[in-house]
Ligand binder design. Sequence first.
Ligand code: DSN
Length: 420
Amino acid sequence: MKRNNLQEDKTLFESIKKERKRRNDTLEMIPSENHTSPAVLEAMSTILTDKYAEGYPKKRYYGGNEYIDEVEVLAQKRAQRLFNVPFANVQPYSGSPANMAVYLACMEPGEKVLGMNLKAGGHLTHGWKVSFSGIYYDSAFYGVSEETERIDLEEVEKIAKKEKPKLIWVGGSAYPREFDWKGFSKIADEVGAYLAADIAHIAGLIVAGVHDSPAKHVDVITTTTHKTLRGPRGGMVMVTEKGLNKDSDLDKKINKAVFPGLQGGPHEHQIAAKAVCFKEALEDDFEDYGRKVVENNKKLADELMSNDFRLVTDGTDNHLCLIDLRNKNIGGKKAEELLELAGITINKNSIPNDPAKPFNPSGIRIGTPAITTRGMGESEMVEIAQIMTSVLDKKSEKEAKKARKKIKKMAEEFSLPYDI
Ligand code: DSN
């Protein structure tokens, strides 16, 4: 049988080459994206993709899984060490399936979930009406204070006492501040709810010790592995000591929810790449990476604010900035398009209580995980802030095209350290 290599599939390979060039020549500043290491990419392209392994190590529905078991157990053990938890299921294909598993393990359809409102920076899977979580479960939401744009725990407590949820989520996709795990834990204990931390965005910051870990305060932790954690696209669910003390079967319930509840065969090449990512995150220099992501983002935030940009919450504690563009008289959609033309990839994003529609919201979301991986530091943040300011203040394609030359030069100077 003729086995082609990828280069021979010219049409497809051409698109991949163009994406490589785009990534080399531009700055990736979507806060949920990063650049994975060569080792992660290598693991993703191994023969492990060929194997069916429904079930769990030592208890599979298919033969030939001796070495697959070694890979999956290694990933589990590394995840447990990394997050200081007694249990990790590394099979979820991504963040949404990981969150689905928590619902399936902890709730009956129709029971109530309390999550952060999507409009305030929460996630679709935390009960939003168009997601499975709002379709099959009854959802209630907490938001952010109109005044501070931060989570108000007194308000959360009031809502939790009124709604009596079975499950409470902490975490989000567009919240620039730290989460108070302990405060949420007190509320969840008061109303007898399971407490789940969705740390998808900040997992790398937690591992690096820049943000507090939820491990002592919540019952379950979910995460993706591809954002600040810098691994392959994927997800996982962990159960804490606290979770096992509350419900000694919680680990078994999570396993049952992931398989056979939601998924079939686990993607073992992806699990191997997760194991690589966990090993990299356990290394000493990852602390430095996490610290720099936040330092860079804070510098970027300060520079933008001094250029008259209004940041939601007037700043940031983490890897992302949520920018309210209303004083700049430009919508999020146009800003995204102009910055893309300039070679800065970001995304349009709703701001809390946004009067505009999600397809052209009043804000944009930017972040530093990927540009920090490239090795950029504070002086580059100053330059990026200047370029963003001139593009968004002038609002012209001509200015954006002029800026693109500067961005390309920066990108070349901080080229990706490997041939992607
Ligand atoms: N889509 C992710 C993000 O961009 O934040 C959340 O799932």
